[in-house]
Write a protein that binds this ligand. Sequence first.
Ligand code: HEM
Ligand SMILES: *[C@@H]1O[C@H](CO)[C@@H](O)[C@H](O)[C@H]1NC(C)=O
Ligand SMILES: *[C@@H]1O[C@H](CO)[C@@H](O)[C@H](O)[C@H]1NC(C)=O
Ligand SMILES: *[C@@H]1O[C@H](CO)[C@@H](O)[C@H](O)[C@H]1NC(C)=O
Ligand SMILES: CC(=O)N[C@H]1CO[C@H](CO)[C@@H](O)[C@@H]1O
Length: 318
Amino acid sequence: MAMRGMLVAVVSALLLQAACVAEAQTLKLGYYSQTCPSAESIVFDEVQKASNIDKRTPAALLRLHFHDCFVNGCDASVLLESSDNQAEKNAAPNQSLRGYDVINKAKARIEAVCKQRVSCADILAYAARDSVRIATGGYNYNYKVPGGRPDGTVSKASMALANLPPHNQRNVQMLAKSFTNKNLTMDDLIVLSGAHTLGVSRCGTFQYRLMNDQDKGMNATFRNDLRRQCNYNANNVVPLDAGSTYAFDTSYYANVLANKTVLESDAALNSPSTVARVRQLKDPYTFIRSFEAAMGRMGALRTSNPGKVRDYCWKVRT
Ligand code: HEM
Ligand SMILES: *[C@@H]1O[C@H](CO)[C@@H](O)[C@H](O)[C@H]1NC(C)=O
Ligand SMILES: *[C@@H]1O[C@H](CO)[C@@H](O)[C@H](O)[C@H]1NC(C)=O
Ligand SMILES: *[C@@H]1O[C@H](CO)[C@@H](O)[C@H](O)[C@H]1NC(C)=O
Ligand SMILES: CC(=O)N[C@H]1CO[C@H](CO)[C@@H](O)[C@@H]1O
């Protein structure tokens, strides 16, 4: 009996130790509370100012964080520029990425008060959170985002192509592979796709769906609306969530159920295996809480190329 008790104690001590070792690498709430207490409020201020000037800002920043995290972890690699134009931001899926200037402004203000302490990766993660908060009208959405993401040193267009999910994929199992490859889940796919409650898509991305009437997963009236808005111009943009482009709400999920989504990857969620969860997410409380949790998992994806905190978000500090 005593022997067994001791064994349990030893094993739990070992487990505790293992947990602590893992803990040392994980992100922390209030990461900058000692080293740069104003960091998060500066980010919020810049996101708010930019959103007041351009209401597309929250969509831009939320998407930027997603593209950052999916390509070799959340390490601000999406912000890097390269002399040969072969960085992530130069990859085809990047086209129409925006919001770089908001991050750069926040970074400059933060550098002025706490030099080389706050990573661009964390600034981007906070800015994504603040974007959602602003787009919900502040309602019930002020969750805490931990900090401590290192800025990465590598950025490659080829990695963006290999890691970002394909928008023209109708098979939801295939689509989920991009997520399970990152230790995220099918549920994370369904919940995080709710980000498409914000923002727009260029017609060039989805106009192949407008060529004929064969795509039964798109409502015919809706397709005619899109044809009219696109008018054969690949550079025109249309809302991803018709009717509430700038509001972080749950009408995206109603549109999924009604076959009124522009991307095939959104239409894919109206599949037998996912439709029940889509129905649940029409409830605002369920959506927002699920979204926070899934953003936490996505926002914790790690880079394999950690480097120094940058001076400027567009270049590595050596
Ligand atoms: C299956 C997963 C996803 C696919 C295939 C996908 C694909 C796309 C595409 C093709 C666009 C339009 C780009 C264009 O103009 O051509 C877009 C826009 C957008 N995506 Fe996603 N996305 C996915 C998941 C996500 C996630 C997880 C987030 C954030 C958490 C996100 C946030 C956004 C936002 C906010 C926009 C609008 C951007 C703007 O208006 O500037 N997406 N996405
Ligand atoms: C997923 O989890 C496995 C096992 O814990 C780990 O080895 C791998 O690096 C993780 N992948 C990512 C992208 O985080
Ligand atoms: C949506 O499209 C599917 C085919 O992909 C069809 O079975 C379903 O009835 C459609 N739903 C609505 C509401 O039009
Ligand atoms: C498509 O949308 C229109 C207008 O919103 C609606 O009247 C119609 O019933 C929808 N079609 C289908 C098949 O659900
Ligand atoms: C912002 C940005 O760098 N956009 C680039 C995305 O990639 C295309 C090429 O695929 C470039 O032409 C854009 O300049």
